[in-house]
Design a protein around this ligand. Structure first.
Ligand code: B30
Ligand code: ZN
Length: 261
């Protein structure tokens, strides 16, 4: 089926290697993070998120997830510090989630998943000219992963979940100006970091992963709004609810996970 991929029986993660052989590469993501095997690295500084100006543009359904895109034409929204040698520009954020229960995150911690995972995708505009160029370079991208646990409603996530009805179908886009993702961060920015890949095809091995230890909370009701989205476009007759859009953990293959504290 060409370069077609998804999360179903016929096009899911276990089959991605057929069109994207790097799926079996040496730095694939996500991984299972085993906390007591991570090495505490005193040279790792704190991560600094400079998201002070609101550069969000739109919210869209790309048929795999729901994405908020940012104006990345300058350094108004960047992540720096931690394992990074220079600031990386925010390009987009998106979510992965399950159908039910505590399954839905891509990374797991000691074998346990969370209901969802938020990915804030940044690129190295100091070394590379475009996002596309950075996306294929070994130090091109920095993705900040944040777990979502179920419990109380999140105070700010409703700004996103209230807009999801606008992007129900694949290919739909709506205006989404002035959203500052700083409101989605947990109180502690302690993290694990390791070298990995995009978790979706083309699975480029270009990501410096920074996974926050502290999850944020969201309610089942808010998660339910993500599950109302559809994988299919408006013109297609088979309806498929967007859920279980996560790749399971991949082999570590000798990589080291470092811990900030
Ligand atoms: S994730 O955070 O690892 N889930 C992409 C970004 C983040 C993640 C997954 C994917 C992404 O940007 N994908 C598009 C990559 N490509 C498209 C392509 O087919 O080939 C866009 C690009 O460069 O600019 Cu490579
Ligand atoms: Zn992702």
């Amino acid at each position: 089926t060409g370069n077609h991929w998804g999360y179903g029986k016929e096009d899911g993660p276990s089959l991605w290697h057929k069109n994207f052989p790097i799926a079996e590469g040496h730095r694939q993501s996500p991984i299972d993070i085993i906390p007591h095997e991570a090495s505490h690295d005193r040279s790792l500084g704190p991560i600094i998120l400079n998201y002070d100006r609101c550069t969000s543009i739109n919210l869209s359904n790309n048929g795999h997830s729901v994405v908020v895109e940012f104006d990345d034409s300058d350094d108004r929204s960047v992540i720096e510090g931690g394992p990074l040698d220079n600031p990386y520009r925010l390009k987009q954020f998106h979510f992965h989630w399950g159908g039910k229960g505590c399954e839905g995150s891509e990374h797991t911690v000691a074998g346990n998943g969370y209901a969802s995972e938020l990915h804030l995708v940044h690129w190295n505009a100091v070394k590379y000219r475009t996002f596309g160029e950075a996306a294929t370079a070994p130090d091109g991208l920095a993705v900040l992963g944040i777990f979502l646990d179920t419990g109380d409603e999140h105070r700010w996530l409703h700004i996103i979940t209230d807009a999801l009805y606008m992007v129900k179908y694949k290919g739909s886009v709506t205006n989404f100006k002035g959203f500052n993702p700083k409101c989605l961060l947990p109180s502690s920015l302690h993290y694990w970091t390791y070298l990995g890949s995009l978790t979706t095809p083309p699975l480029h091995e270009s990501v410096i992963w920074i996974v926050l230890k502290e999850p944020i909370m969201t309610s089942e009701k808010q998660l339910g709004k993500f599950r109302m989205l559809l994988f299919n476009g408006e013109e297609e007759d088979q309806r498929a609810h967007m859920e279980n859009n996560f790749r399971p953990p991949q082999p570590l293959k000798g990589r080291k996970v470092r811990s900030s504290d």
